[in-house]
Design a binder for this molecule. Structure first.
Ligand code: SF4
Length: 488
């Protein structure tokens, strides 16, 4: 028996150029785990990665059919308006093969019922954490030649029963290293799953069905590293755990032990974590062990916004931790939602002042990211339900699983739109620059940084005064100045 795991195309579009958050980083190991689980069940496996391909639907379907799988399982990630493409491929597959067609991952979990209406050839969806479901499904499929109605399986037209979370993560097989992951010199690895937070915009607790963080034992982590590091050359590790450091002294001790393990392998490492898990001492220890990068989702510089999104941290905690990371030598990466949908103009100003105070607006790449991001609303998220209920969703037929929304204060919406277009021009220029490395040396980085900041302040002032026409002309002028500045 053979299973074919397929990554759907996820092309970059101008409107989503800098919207990278279509799946949490932990999703990068989903296909690798599915392949390893299938092989452990005695199945032959094939992996097909169409993320960066530009094939048409017929060629894509033909390549999948050539693998002659008994099950074709799409690791279907939100595809920015490319859902139609995947649906057409599924139709071609169902017409020309008897394989059972399924989907798994974050997007199919959150949109399971609607996705099956959208793509009728889809026979089933593996909902939520899928490894135990797949382990049970494959031997039954071998006997019955059909996908069984098991907990965790949403069959087309059937009801669905949730499956309990995996009791012991240490028993999972080491995931295969496949696809885009292999192009990086850094190895993504999971030391835990889930998060004890419940931020309103986040998908992690929805995917697992709870706000709980589970850890694996460190012996299994070390064994996995030995296995995977023998497969390819790796220069660093990246822990994709939604929150690498848990709560309490015991969990901080565990983070230290993992740091020491990375040190034994001679590899620097990066990780993502919540602000409230960090202490100065732990940071210093992890830096000594070789931690080089840290991603913190701080999200806002306003306590009112932090409360609204259920972040359960304060600006005072963020100040302390950001300064500690800056002093530790570990490179800091930030998640920040400048334009939260209920923001006021005063909160935009407070965000800006907060970022300046912490010295976070000094580099143009970081400034562009911090002054631009709005909240992405994807189907199946709490935000979709809420804005739908409040009549604030702005739907478009060509984008069935994502939506824009009405800001509570339309002036905030004007600044957000203008900054979105300005940063699109910025990212396009940066993209050209990356193709011409010789131009990087003469790139006017500090002038561009100053321009981005000036544009943000000028747009806020114009919007504050209720002058939407002035907002438009400020945007046009800033885009023109930016294009002149980067015309290398
Ligand atoms: S802390 Fe991060 S991973 Fe946890 S719920 Fe909030 S956004 Fe999600």
């Amino acid at each position: 028996m053979k299973i074919v795991i397929v990554e759907n195309p996820r092309p970059l579009t101008a409107e989503h150029y800098n919207d990278v958050a279509n799946a949490p980083l932990s999703a990068s190991l989903n296909s690798g785990y599915a392949l390893a689980v299938a092989r452990r069940a005695g199945w032959e496996t094939a992996y097909m990665d169409f993320t960066a391909d530009h094939w048409d639907e017929a060629a894509t379907a033909e390549a999948i059919l050539a693998e002659d799988g008994d099950i074709v399982l799409f690791h279907w990630v939100y595809s920015w308006g490319y859902e139609e493409f995947v649906r057409s491929v599924l139709e071609l597959l169902s017409r020309n093969s008897k394989a059972a067609l399924g989907a798994f991952g974050l997007f199919p979990t959150l949109a399971s019922a609607r996705l099956q209406l959208f793509a009728p050839p889809l026979d089933f969806v593996l909902v939520g954490e899928f490894e135990d479901t797949l382990s049970e499904l494959l031997p039954l499929f071998t006997k019955r030649r059909a996908v069984a109605a098991l907990p965790g399986v949403h069959l087309r037209g059937g009801s669905y029963v949730a499956r309990p979370l995996i009791a012991d993560l240490s028993l999972l097989p080491a995931p295969d290293d496949v696809g885009a992951n292999c192009a990086y010199t850094s190895l993504n690895v999971a030391a835990s799953r889930g998060c004890y937070g419940a931020c309103s915009f986040c998908f992690i607790h929805r995917y697992y069905g709870c706000s709980r963080r589970r850890v694996r034992d460190l012996v299994s982590l070390e064994r996995e590293l030995e296995t995977r590091l023998a497969r390819r050359n790796v220069e660093s590790l990246y822990f994709i755990d939604p929150t690498f450091i848990g709560q309490g002294d015991g969990e901080r001790g565990r983070a230290r032990e993992i740091g020491e393990m990375a040190q034994r392998f001679g590899l620097p490492f990066g990780f993502e974590t919540r602000v409230d898990g960090i202490t100065d001492r732990l940071l210093a220890t992890l830096a000594e062990c070789g931690a080089t990068s840290l991603f913190l989702g701080i999200e806002s510089g306003c306590d009112s916004v932090l409360r609204r999104i259920g972040k359960r941290i304060s600006t005072e905690q963020i100040r302390r931790v950001v300064r500690a990371v800056q002093n530790s030598g570990i490179e800091l990466h930030l998640g920040f939602i400048m334009f939260e949908p209920d923001s006021t103009m005063a909160e935009l100003q407070e965000n800006y002042d907060f970022l300046e105070e912490l010295g976070l607006l000094d580099r143009h790449e970081l400034t562009a990211n911090l002054l631009y991001h709005n909240q992405i609303v994807l189907y199946g998220s709490a935000a979709w339900e809420r804005f739908g209920g409040e009549g604030r969703l702005l739907l478009e037929e060509r984008l069935p699983f994502e939506a824009r929304y009405r800001f509570r204060d339309e002036r905030v919406g004007h600044v957000c739109t203008a900054m979105g277009r300005l940063t699109s021009a910025y990212f396009a220029a940066l993209g050209r620059l990356r193709q011409e490395p010789s131009a990087a040396a003469v790139y006017p980085g500090s002038a561009v940084n100053a321009l981005l900041k000036e544009a943000f302040r000028a747009l806020c002032n114009a919007a504050q005064a209720g002058q939407s026409l002035v907002v438009e002309s400020v945007e046009a002028e800033c885009v023109a100045r930016l294009q002149r500045a980067v015309a290398l």
